[in-house]
Design a protein around this ligand. Sequence first.
Ligand SMILES: Cc1ncc(COP(=O)(O)O)c(C=O)c1O
Length: 401
Amino acid sequence: MAFLADALGRIKPSPTIAVTDKARALKAAGRDIIGLGAGEPDFDTPDNIKQAAIKAIQSGKASKYTAVDGIAELKAAVCRKFKRENNLDYKPSQVTVGTGGKQVLFNALVATLNPGDEVVIPAPYWVSYPDIVLLAGATPVPVTTRIEDGFKMKPEMLERAITKSTKWLIFNSPSNPSGAAYSRTEVKAITEVLMRHPHVWVLTDDMYEHLVYDDFVFSTPAEVEPRLYERTLTLNGVSKAYCMTGWRIGYAAGPEFLIKAMATLQSQSTTNPNAAAQWASVEALDGPQDFIPKHNKVFKERRDLCVSMLNQANGLVCPKPEGAFYVYPTCAGTMGKTSPSGKVLKTDEDFVTELLETEGVAVVQGSAFGLAPAFRISYATATEQLEEACRRIQRFCGNLK
Ligand SMILES: Cc1ncc(COP(=O)(O)O)c(C=O)c1O
């Protein structure tokens, strides 16, 4: 519609939210649906974190506006977290807190991008990266990774993608949607390329830092290459590891002038993130962390279950990722086949639509994440449900002609 802004024409609604909504609608209509679309843990927020919010509300600490980009107590807790877990020294003035990691990412990109700027984004990517870049009027430059490389970007691929217009590399390890995580050596190889291009900044999205399996050790760029510190924005949040997606708190740390610019933007949009959620996040970061390995044990079992069952399905190949709670099988082997309803599968969107219609399993098509034909499964769902879903996927693939 002519009344709407041109910028809106450059973006699309989040396809992961769209599939979750579709699955919810089918369920409400009485269908037996297993939703594997949502990117959130199925575990509840730990009780000590909930109690911290309740206490903040009851003591009146949550009643008023707070500092725009976070209460001092939370910024201090974030600084402690970066020191303790990543060996990164940040001052509170280098920390910003927003309404979820997504707002922090949005602030960073909108505060820095101009038309003509390019942002390198390894694919498959989290759907919001290119869309926020487009909204800001800049150009996403996807770098297609390969299944043989475990969906990780090789240094030479990054080297080829960088131009004089490149402003940011968005680096996401462990990755949504592939679960791929870069070892310290692999992070180092990426930072070596960046050292050759001093005009390129790195926005590292460490949201899934804690969700890694099989003794994998997480590393973040500024920790591996301290000379990148001055041009790194290290983004993280409480949503995934602390089971707090609904609370909407994310944070980042980086050079002070950038953090200030992001706060200016936030001051003219949402003002401060929810005050009670900020107090809950202080407890999340400073409180006991013992539930994380417990959750990870369950996630690892589910990952192994998915990888094993999906690799037994006709036409699917599913690499075993190091982290997050996603697997990303390719379905190239099913393309051109016909489903029992008579539909020829031409794209991964056809695959996921038919899978939902015939077997009631909701997954997200890989084309939404910039690497097709494939699909993303979120295994943050009850193990029995997951097993049943994988059985249905096997049956679906087995019935293709
Ligand atoms: C890679 C990645 N970064 C950031 C986010 C944003 O998280 P939040 O819920 O804190 O906005 C998500 C959420 O799905 C994600 O997958």
